[in-house]
Design a protein around this ligand. Sequence first.
Ligand SMILES: Nc1ncnc2c1ncn2[C@@H]1O[C@H](COP(=O)(O)OP(=O)(O)OP(=O)(O)O)[C@@H](O)[C@H]1O
Length: 576
Amino acid sequence: MLISLLRRYLRPYRGMVVLAGLLQLVEVVAMLLLPTLNASVIDRGVVAGDEGHILWMGALMVLVAAAAAGAGLGSVLCGARAALALGRDLRAEVFHRVQSLSAQQVERIGGSSLTTRSTNDVQQVETVALDGLTTLAAVPAICLGSVALALSQDVPLSFVLLAFIPVITVLVWAAQRRLTAVYGRIQPAVDRLNRIVGEQVSGARVVRAFARDAHERERFGRTNAELLGHSLRAGRLFAVMFPAVSLASGAGTVAVVWLGAVRVDGGEIGIGTVNAFVEYLVYITWSITMATFVFLVVPRASVSARRIREVLDTVADLTPPVPARPGRTRGTLLLRGVTYRYPGAELPSVHGVDLRAGPGETVAVIGSTGSGKTTLLNLVLRGADVTEGAVLVNGVDVRELDPAELTATVGVVPQRAHLFSGTVAANLRFGDPDATDAELWRALGVAQARELVENLPGGLAAEIAGGGANLSGGQRQRLTIARTLVRRPAVYLFDDCFSALDPDTEAALLAALRAETAAATVLVVAQRVSTVRHADRIVVLDDGRVVGCGPHEELLATCETYRDIASSQHAGLGAP
Ligand SMILES: Nc1ncnc2c1ncn2[C@@H]1O[C@H](COP(=O)(O)OP(=O)(O)OP(=O)(O)O)[C@@H](O)[C@H]1O
C-alpha cells in the first residue's frame, strides 16, 4: 500500500526522482573508488616508494571525492524536492476528499482521525519518501559495489563481507516486523488523544460547570499513558537496533583485520588491500544503518499509508451522476415522499414527507425535538441523500443537479451558529467575496446585528475568535443570518436559528426578514410557534411524519399536535 501510494504520487516528479537516483549512483561509484585508489597509494606508492604514483593517485582521489560530494548534494536536493512535493499533493488530495464526504462518512471515520490523517499520517509518508529518495537507493549499489570491488581484490577476504550483509539484513527485518505491530497501535492512540483534547477544548465550560476536571484529566492521562507505552516499545526497539548493528559491524571489522593479517603475513595481499576491506565494511555498515533508519520508519508510514488510502478510497456517497443537469425553474423547492434513515438506524427519521415551496412563499416546518426537522433540511443541501423519494431544487432532483447551481441557489443558516476566525467583514463575505460594505450593513440591519457590529471595536474590521467564541449565542446567530442574507440566494433555509434570540429581537428580525426575502423561497424550521405563525404554510412533523399542513389559524383548528405545541408554549392561541 505504501509503495503504491509513493509510486502514484511521485509519478509527476519522476524526472526529479530519476535524476536523484542517477546522482546517487555517481556518488556511490565515486565513494567506492576511493578505498581502491587508497589501496593503490599504500601498496604501489608507499610500500614501493613511488612518489609520482602517490601524487598522481592523491590528485585523482581529490577529484573523485569532489565528484562524490557534488553528486551527493545534487541527489539530496532533487530527492527532497520530489518528496516534499509528494507531501504537498497528498495533503491536498486528502483535504479535498475529506471536503467531499457526507456528514455520515465524516462521522464514521471520525473528525479527529481525519485531522490526524490529513496532517500527521501524510507527514509519515513524506518522511519515508524523503529518507528513501535521499539515501535508500544508494544502499544496494554500495553493498553490491563494495562486494564486487572486494572480490576483485581478494576472494577469501570477500567472504567476510558476504557473511556480514545477511546478518545485518536479518536484524533489520526482525525489528521492522515488531515495529509494524507497535505503530499499528500508535496512530489510533494519537487519534484518540486528538479527539479527547478537541472535546476538552471545545467543551471546557461544560467540563468546569459539571466539575468533571478530574475525570477528564484521568481520561486524558489514560490515553496519554497508553501512547507513551506504545512509543516506549518503539523506542526500545530502536535502542536495541542500532547497538546491534554496531556490534555486528565491529565483529566484521575484527574478522577482516584478523583474516587480512593472516593473508598479508602469507604475502597473498598487501596492507592497502586490508585497509580497503575495512573501508568497504564501513561503507556497508553505514549504508545498511541508513537503510535501517529508513526501514524503521517504514512500518509507521505503512500504517499511515493504509489510513490515508482508507480516506482516498472512500467514495463520497453524494457524488452526482455525470453529466450534472442544470435547473429548469428558479428558486423552487419540492420534497416528494421523502424518507431518510440514518446509516445503522433501525427506523427512518423522516417518513414520506411532501413539501412544496416557491418564490415569494414562506413555508415553515415545526415539530418537537427529534421530530426530524434538521434531517429534512440536510437532505436539501445533500448533507445526505434520501433513502426514498426525491428532493427537487429548481425542478431537478438534487442528486442530478449541478452541485455549483445547488449551492448557489440555496443559502442555509444552520442550527449551530459557526463563525470563522477573522474579521466580521470576512465572515459576512464568506458566501460573496465581492459584497460591498453597504451590502454588509444592509444584511446586518435585517439580522438586527447592525448595532452589535457598530459597537464592536473596529466595526466590520473587528476580529472574531475561532468558532465565534468571543460572541454570545444570540450574537453569533444574528451574524450567521446576516452572512446568508449577503449571498441573496433564491432559496433560504433557516434551521431553528432564532432560538437564542429574545422575543422582541426575534419579532423584529422576522418582520425585517419577511420584507427582505419577499421574492425568495423560504423554508423555516423551528420549535417555537412564534417563529412560524406568519408562514404561508406550516408543516407539522411528529416523529418524522407530516401530521398537519396549513396556515397558523387553520392548524390551530384542525391539527391536534400543532395545538398541543402552541398551548405548551402559551403562544397566542387564536391570536393574530
Ligand atoms: N447523525 C445521526 N445519526 C443517527 N441518528 C441521527 C443523527 N442525527 C439525528 N439523528 C436522529 O434523527 C432523528 C431526528 O433528528 P433531527 O436532528 O432531525 O431532529 P430535529 O427535529 O431537528 O430536533 P431538534 O429540534 O432537537 O433540533 C432523531 O431521532 C435523532 O436521534
